[in-house]
Design a binder for this molecule. Structure first.
Ligand SMILES: Cc1cc2nc3c(=O)[nH]c(=O)nc-3n(C[C@H](O)[C@H](O)[C@H](O)COP(=O)(O)OP(=O)(O)OC[C@H]3O[C@@H](n4cnc5c(N)ncnc54)[C@H](O)[C@@H]3O)c2cc1C
Ligand code: FES
Length: 498
């Protein structure tokens, strides 16, 4: 029986923190309790800064708690590409920042005594093409890289060429985040879960945040670490793309490879051992696509199961399956720092490598707030998106596009009535000539919504594999009853009139 939940969410105890109950003041407000928000909050609190962290759901509930748990500077076969696009100096900075983050995370785990199954070992990227140049470039940039024999990966089929990075790290990401949260609170920090920020007002020298539960927080600085900045902050929604990937945890008929592996060729398959699954336990992540763009998300899970089946000649079904999303920037470098023309600090565009990139980001955010130099702030500069005027234009154009897109899509909708919704099924249905989104849960309850995104009005697509409403415009996702799961959106979907 497969559980629709990540293996990490099913096997971690997360400390619970109450929702915000009254107005608060602090030096720094951090919005978002993923790896970036928690690391930034901890760094600042440890420096004597008074920090409040507001989390819409639970600590680690979204992308950071649903990753592959690889802490590595090997981000696929990217280094030759980075040199070609950005030159050797920037590529070397990226390599050094991320290799440094591997060691920094291991140090935090050790110093804070976090029990998160941390192990060190090699990580491989493999391809049907020759990776000699990738190996040479990575080595030249100072990374622990060398060309390897493909069979060193431990996979039965692994292309014809591979690059090995030595001494990389894997861990239980949610237990790691729980450890950061505990350390932050022990240092005097305040966390409030179930406290979604709906508005930020940065007009009078301080920043004021309004929460969905009512109280406000006033802070000298605010860090928006919400995967993608909420609302229209900085215009980043228009310069990034949301990509969803799927994961399974499965028991093989034989011992699983002890290595971390990732394919350089599409379709991407990323593997690592699943310690909780015993010696045969394997985690496979891949089948990526733009959020809200896939007609059949169940097929994404099937493709991972089929891949395992064909490599190990098994029909084993996964114990767990899950999905998560992340954003990529056009130049493949994260955006970190102050948004253009704004005192608000942001971090986004981690391109599915946010455990290390996000730890680098936390250092940049801390140093920016404390007025210190940081060696990586220029490389990740959030203001390279454009100046304040360019961002304002970007936001205006996208407001228009969202509305036009919605009108076009809704006029193309099917004509089945709500009495056609089968148990366990969802989609778009007709209600007295109007289009509604509906899902019938396994208890036979019908959940209906207006299937229009509350961010900028784009149409939503039903994701049957994960039973969510997904927006392809900028990646907002909603539960069947319309609550926000991921956003730039900050408000729930509307309910149909009748
Ligand atoms: C399938 C998958 C596997 C991955 N595997 C790896 C890996 O092995 N190694 C690696 O380095 N990277 C990996 N990544 C990338 C990495 O997980 C992300 O880059 C990273 O987790 C992003 O962290 P974050 O803190 O920005 O986001 P999140 O973890 O999503 O945290 C943002 C938090 O903000 C909260 N929030 C949102 N809106 C509001 C609001 N309005 N008010 C208050 N709170 C709000 C959310 O609830 C959430 O908890 C993977 C990504 C995916 C999709
Ligand atoms: S996320 Fe922007 S319109 Fe849906």
């Amino acid at each position: 029986m497969t559980t629709n939940r990540s293996v990490w969410q099913a096997t971690a105890t997360i400390p619970e923190y109450g929702a915000i109950a009254g107005d608060q003041h602090c030096d720094v407000l951090v919005v978002g309790g993923g790896v970036i928000g928690l690391t930034t909050a901890l760094y600042l609190q440890q420096e004597g800064t008074d920090v409040v962290l507001l989390e819409a759901a639970r600590i680690g509930a979204r992308t950071s708690g649903n990753t592959t748990g690889k802490v590595t500077s090997q981000h696929g076969a990217i280094y030759a590409n980075l040199v070609d696009r950005h030159g050797r100096h920037k590529a070397e900075q990226y390599a050094s920042a991320n290799q440094g983050a591997v060691d920094q995370i291991a140090l935090l785990v050790d110093r804070l005594g976090i029990e998160c199954e941390l192990t060190r070992g090699p990580s491989f990227v493999y391809s049907a093409s020759n990776l000699q140049r990738e190996a040479d470039v990575a080595w030249d940039l100072g990374l622990p890289a060398q060309l390897a024999e493909p069979d060193e990966t431990g996979l039965p089929e692994q292309g014809t060429s591979a690059v090995r990075f030595d001494d990389q790290v894997m861990l239980h990401p949610l237990r790691y985040l729980a450890g950061l949260a505990r350390a932050f609170v022990e240092a005097g920090g305040r966390i409030h879960e179930h406290s979604r920020v709906t508005e930020l007002d940065a007009s009078d020298g301080r920043v004021e945040a309004l929460t969905a539960v009512g109280p406000r927080v006033s802070a000298a600085h605010v860090v928006v670490a919400t995967l993608l900045p909420i609302g229209t902050v900085g215009g980043y929604f228009a310069r990034t793309r949301p990509n969803q990937s799927h994961g399974i945890a499965v028991r093989l008929p034989v011992e699983a490879p002890a290595t971390m592996t990732i394919s350089a060729d599409a379709p991407v398959r990323s593997t690592r051992p699943w310690p909780g699954g015993g010696p045969n336990g394997l985690i496979v992540v891949g089948a990526g696509h733009e959020t809200g763009a896939e007609q059949d998300t169940d097929a994404a899970y099937r493709s991972l199961i089929d891949w395992v089946g064909s490599l190990w000649n098994t029909d084993a079904q996964p114990d767990y399956r899950w999905s998560a999303q992340d954003y990529s920037s056009p130049d493949l470098l994260p955006y970190v720092g102050r948004a253009p023309g704004s005192p608000i600090l942001i971090a986004t565009g981690m391109n599915k490598w946010g455990l290390t990139n996000g730890t680098v980001a936390a250092g940049i955010l801390r140093d920016t707030i404390l007025g210190r130099d940081n060696p990586w702030s220029e490389l990740y500069d959030a203001r390279r998106i454009g100046d304040a005027r360019a961002v304002a234009e970007l936001v205006k154009d996208n407001l228009k596009v969202g509305k036009e897109f919605a009108t076009g899509h809704l006029s193309r909708i099917l004509g089945r009535g709500l009495d056609h919704v089968e148990v366990g099924e969802g989609g778009l249905y007709d209600l007295d000539g109007k289009t509604v989104g509906a899902y019938c849960d396994h208890d036979g309850r019908l959940h209906t919504v207006v299937p229009v995104c509350t961010h900028l009005g784009c149409p939503l697509r039903w994701n049957q594999g994960d039973t969510t409403w997904d927006c392809n415009c900028h990646g907002s996702r909603f539960t069947p009853d319309g609550s926000v799961l991921d956003g730039p959106a900050t408000t729930s979907l509307a309910k149909p009139d009748n």
